[in-house]
Design a protein around this ligand. Structure first.
Ligand code: SF4
Ligand code: SF4
Length: 732
């Protein structure tokens, strides 16, 4: 070993020792913080599906590749990071001797070839990512970007480190070529040979370059270890467990959410018949009341801003960004952690758990952080502003886009649950809706005995469950479908089409109450459970004696469809629920319904969030429209998985939209820009919001917003009176 190698070896060992010590400390700190969360035993089920999903989503980059060039570039950088870690390891042999290399595989040409290819592709990939980050920097002329609010220096730092590590890897190889100590043939490593051709014949060059490469890598490790909230770097490790522990691993990647998680206390679902607010946790009031998976979510955020770029609230000037919400929760959790780890925290009656002695040596900043209310205005020092919390439509666009499977909607609803159930703090205008749900069983407060009014004037009888036994489908009408004038037209259209196709169906009539979706999404789990239990009982009775495959329900409202199909199982109600567009598509495909007169004038389709993103039903409504209209469907730029919310979900239908641009107006402008004369929808709430938007723009005479079923009915029965345009206001 020469004198240069003695120095390079000592320096490499020293910086590595410091970096590894700091990294171990950082991992222990992160683990301790994540363990502060509540239990989530369900996350350990189905390990086979979890492993498969993790491998598919990481190795296949299933989310990222939806972003085209960025996804491909990131894939090469990720593969480069994993495979080229071997070359960092090899550098430790090269600081000792400039001709050194990895034992065994370091002599294989195939290893030389593979690492050469990955180095070159990794270089291209990181340069692409650097250009994209720069072009999207928040300070660029033209305003907001998906990186607005991200810690930009951290992104630049990580990218430069990757770039330099790759460059120094090539320099090490180049010095070996220049000194004639390179084992791989020219055909397998042409770039390394080209670099070697321009480097001097310096015998210590490889050792010095290896030391610099190690120093750069260890500087990265030291910096991220000193910044445990640096998700842009830590996600390289945390993404794997975060995806592994996602809540429904068997669902295909990018599958939105569907059901909300039940409300839990100590990891167990809460039953309101036994729950006690002095013993049980009702939603989330403090950051440590999220589950450990929630805290892992916050730690894993890469600050990429994909969620933010798709969020309807953010895109219309509301204060909510799902990314900034996650970052606020992360920063608060880590800043409060010293206090919690010292034994601090409030019990369920609000009393401090720690003794004075336990908190005596705590940093004043940690104590100040502990005092912050989780939900509160800037003046109150709150972590999350109430306007942020209540701006969410639970559309699921954030969850859909997040490359590391962060579950924003669950966290938002958990915080809403505490605000509603314990603090009674929510936008006051939604109180009327909740009272109506409790007292009248529907959000509008319409009399229950008018639930069947929509059947009046139909030229056939609509049977009720109990009057007939041999129905195939129970037609779940929903509150909008029964009480809201526009939606009643959809209900009548669906019933007419089912009757025309000879489908045996029956309704519950006055036996139906609200599915509970608005109560659950606003956070009132108590009212949700009350309504859901009642409906589950009614439905179980209606289907008594049938197995699950014969307990079929068709619903026109995607919110009911989602709640009945995905959430009633949590309360003992197992049904086969289809959306009316699915059933209608099937009836057309099997020849039971025949469109005869194409609807013309141009048609576009708005995907309802709870049908599309949350439940992956994109094709059926398009099939129905494809069979019913003249020419092709005109798609809006934001469609299918990337559809833009109408603004009504998450119980926002019953809250005023006071901040920023109205979401429905944004969506209507997009729809009108297609030039289509008909905007087809598959949800009564979307219909209301988009109709309001069209009328607000004074375009009510030019553009019509109607349900897919109504479009099909016009095509199947053109002679049938259609009842005019669906422009009536909400009314009982
Ligand atoms: S669910 Fe929709 S509105 Fe809510 S934060 Fe996510 S993207 Fe924004
Ligand atoms: S939450 Fe997910 S999508 Fe949003 S910034 Fe973080 S990693 Fe990106």
């Amino acid at each position: 070993m020469g004198s240069v190698q003695i120095v390079t070896t000592i320096l490499a060992a020293a910086i590595t020792a410091v970096a590894v010590w700091l990294a171990v400390r950082a991992v222990m700190k992160m683990t301790a913080v994540i363990r502060l969360g509540q239990p989530a035993p369900e996350r350990f089920s189905d390990k086979g599906a979890r492993t498969k999903t993790m491998l598919v989503e990481t190795a296949g980059h299933t989310r990222m590749l939806k972003w085209g060039v960025v996804g491909a570039a990131h894939w090469f950088v990720m593969v480069g990071f994993i495979v080229l870690s071997l070359l960092v390891l090899e550098a430790y042999f090269e600081v000792v001797t400039p001709t050194g290399g990895l034992p065994i595989i370091g002599h294989w040409t195939v290893f030389g070839l593979a690492t050469e290819i990955i180095t070159v592709l990794g270089l291209i990939g990181i340069l692409v990512l650097m250009v994209i980050r720069l072009r999207n920097r928040p300070t660029r002329p033209g305003g907001r970007s998906r990186f607005t609010g991200s810690t930009m220096w951290q992104g630049y730092f990580v990218e430069w480190i990757v770039l330099l590590v790759l460059i120094f890897g090539l320099l090490i190889r180049g010095f070996k070529v220049a000194t004639d100590h390179f084992e791989y043939p020219l055909w397998a490593t042409p770039v390394s040979h080209a670099v070697g051709a321009v480097l001097p014949d310096w015998s210590d060059g490889a050792s010095v370059a290896a030391l610099i490469k190690i120093a750069i890598s260890m500087t990265w490790l030291i910096v991220i270890s000193l910044n445990v909230t640096m998700g842009v770097a830590w996600h390289r490790f945390l993404a794997f467990p975060n995806i592994f522990f996602k809540r429904e691993p068997a669902k295909p990647a990018g599958s939105g959410l569907g059901a909300l998680r039940p409300m839990t206390s100590q990891g167990k679902p809460l039953d309101f018949e036994e729950a006690d607010p002095e013993k049980d946790q009702f939603g989330v009031a403090h950051v440590e009341q999220f589950s450990w998976k929630g805290l892992l979510d916050f730690s894993t955020c890469t600050e990429c801003g994909r969620c933010q770029s798709q969020c309807p609230a953010w895109n219309t000037g509301k204060p909510l960004s799902p990314k900034l919400l996650v970052l606020s929760l992360r920063d608060h959790a880590y800043a409060k952690a010293p206090y919690l780890l010292a034994g601090g925290g409030k019990d369920l009656t609000g009393e401090e758990k720690a003794t004075q002695a336990q908190l005596a040596h705590l940093d004043v900043l940690a104590l100040a952080e502990a005092d912050k209310p989780l939900i509160g205005t800037a003046e109150e020092g709150g972590v999350i502003d109430p306007d942020v919390l209540w701006s969410c439509t639970t559309c699921g666009a954030c969850v859909e886009q997040c490359p590391v499977d962060i579950e924003h909607v669950d966290h938002i609803v958990d915080m809403r649950r505490y605000q509603v159930l314990i603090e009674s703090s929510f936008p006051s205008e939604a109180g009327v809706m909740l009272r109506n749900l409790e007292n009248k069983g529907n959000p509008w407060g319409a009399p229950q005995n008018t639930r069947e009014d929509w059947t009046k004037g139909l030229d056939f009888e609509v049977p009720r469950v109990g009057e007939v036994d041999d129905f195939e489908y129970l037609f779940w009408v929903g509150c909008a479908g029964a009480f809201e004038d526009r939606a009643k037209k959809t209900t009548r259209a669906v019933a007419t089409l089912l009757n025309e196709a000879g489908v045996k169906f029956a309704i519950l009539g006055e036996g139906e109450t609200c599915s509970g979706d608005p109560a659950r999404r606003i956070g009132n789990e108590f009212v949700f459970q009350m309504l859901a239990q009642q409906n589950v009982e009614t439905l179980n009775e209606a289907f008594e004696g049938r197995d699950k495959t014969k307990r079929k329900i068709v619903a026109t409202c995607p919110h009911c469809f989602n709640t009945l199909g995905n959430e009633y199982g949590q309360l003992g109600g197992e049904f086969e629920v289809v959306h009316h567009t699915q059933l209608l598509a099937h009836l057309v495909a099997t020849g039971k319904l025949t469109p005869v007169q194409p609807v013309d004038g141009g048609v576009t389709y708005h995907d309802p969030c709870y049908l599309g993103r949350h439940n992956r039903i994109f094709a059926a409504p398009r099939e129905v429209l494809g069979d019913s209209i003249a020419g092709d469907l005109t798609e809006m730029p934001r469609n299918s998985e990337r559809s833009f919310c109408c603004g009504a979900g998450g119980a926002r239908m019953w809250m005023e939209e006071k901040i920023g641009k109205r979401i429905n107006v944004d969506r209507v402008e997009e729809a009108m820009a297609t030039g289509a004369k008909t905007v087809a929808v598959g949800c009564p709430f979307c219909s209301t919001m988009l109709n309001d938007g069209v009328n607000g723009k004074g375009a009510g005479e030019q553009v019509e917003v109607i349900d897919v079923a109504s479009v099909l009915l016009r095509s199947v029965k053109p002679e049938q009176p259609q009842g005019g345009k669906e422009t009536a206001p909400i009314g009982g």
